[in-house]
Write a protein that binds this ligand. Structure first.
Ligand code: ADP
Ligand code: MG
Length: 271
């Protein structure tokens, strides 16, 4: 494994309530390698284990079996060193803190002093274009704005990796497209690796370098679709290449081989 590997997962299993009547195999033999700077989407039907995979990578739950490193470290060590940021569907902001102080929270945990925390939070608010709302409370903001605050918070310690679980799922279509563009801009500015869970095919295609397709339970990776759309712009979503990739992902989700399935399989290994 090279230094440029953001995440390396090999043979990951997750079995909930093992040995009990309500045993659930959520992940089965999952292999996934994410290079530094790559944007990967996980897509698959509800309950196929997308969130579980993200939670295993984030050290929020243990894998039952398998090997997993983040930036070459154990997931536990990576968490301790704040090597990734997390943004989930619910912005999960603290209503009693101002927007700025919500963003400062991970910096407080990392032991930053007050002045530096504030400076960093204001810089991030500028990045997500919410400078005017620094001293507002989260409940005074729209859903899209709250989500931008959550993204700013996930970027606070400047982690090389972002783990995002349907972060735009609750937003209206227009806001969602704007947020997608903002995320791509942030990614371009910061060079981060991103693992992004969604069940929107166009969203996955628009954002990703590779779309990882998972099967219904037990969750396995069944296909990986390479997306080659170059720099995204206003025309991307209406381009032929975009529709081709959307079709490839849709067919992979239906269990038919995607266009680039075979070349990718070689990359992921023995899926
Ligand atoms: P997705 O995010 O793809 O919708 P999840 O990863 O949330 O799917 O869930 C995958 C499967 O694991 C589901 O069947 C779900 O019910 C089960 N599951 C998730 N978390 C738990 C848990 N803490 N205890 C038991 N089963 C769980
Ligand atoms: Mg989920």
């Amino acid at each position: 494994m090279s230094d440029s590997t953001a995440v390396n997962a090999k043979g990951i299993w997750k079995i909930f309530n093992e040995g009990q009547a309500n045993e659930v195999t959520a992940l089965q033999e999952v292999d996934l390698t994410v290079d530094q700077g790559e944007f990967i989407s996980l897509i698959g039907p509800s309950g196929c284990g997308k969130s579980t995979l993200l939670r295993v990578i984030a050290d929020l739950t243990d894998a039952t079996k398998g090997e997993l490193t983040v930036a070459g470290l154990s997931v536990h060590e990576a968490r301790k060193q704040q090597r990734y940021g997390i943004a989930f569907q619910q912005a999960a902001l603290f209503d009693w803190r101002t927007v700025r102080r919500n963003i400062e929270l991970p910096l407080e945990l990392a032991g930053w002093d007050k002045a530096k925390r504030k400076e960093r939070a204001l810089e991030l608010l500028e990045m997500v274009q919410l400078s005017d709302f620094a001293e507002h409370r989260p409940w005074e903001l729209s859903g899209g704005m709250q989500q931008r605050v959550a993204i700013a918070r996930s970027l606070a310690v400047d982690p090389p990796l972002l783990l995002m679980d349907e972060p735009f799922g609750a937003l209206d279509e227009m806001t969602r497209e704007r947020m997608q563009n903002e995320l791509l801009r942030i990614r371009l500015e910061t060079g981060k690796s991103i693992i992004f869970v969604t069940h929107s095919i166009p969203e996955a295609v628009y954002l990703s370098d590779r779309v990882v397709v998972m099967s219904p339970r037990p969750g396995r990776i069944t296909d990986v679709i390479n997306v080659n759309l170059g720099d995204r712009n206003e025309d991307t979503r209406e381009s032929e290449a975009f529709f081709e990739s959307v079709t490839a992902v849709r067919e992979a989700l239906r269990g038919r081989t995607g266009n680039s399935g075979s070349s990718i399989r070689a990359r992921v290994g023995e899926v």
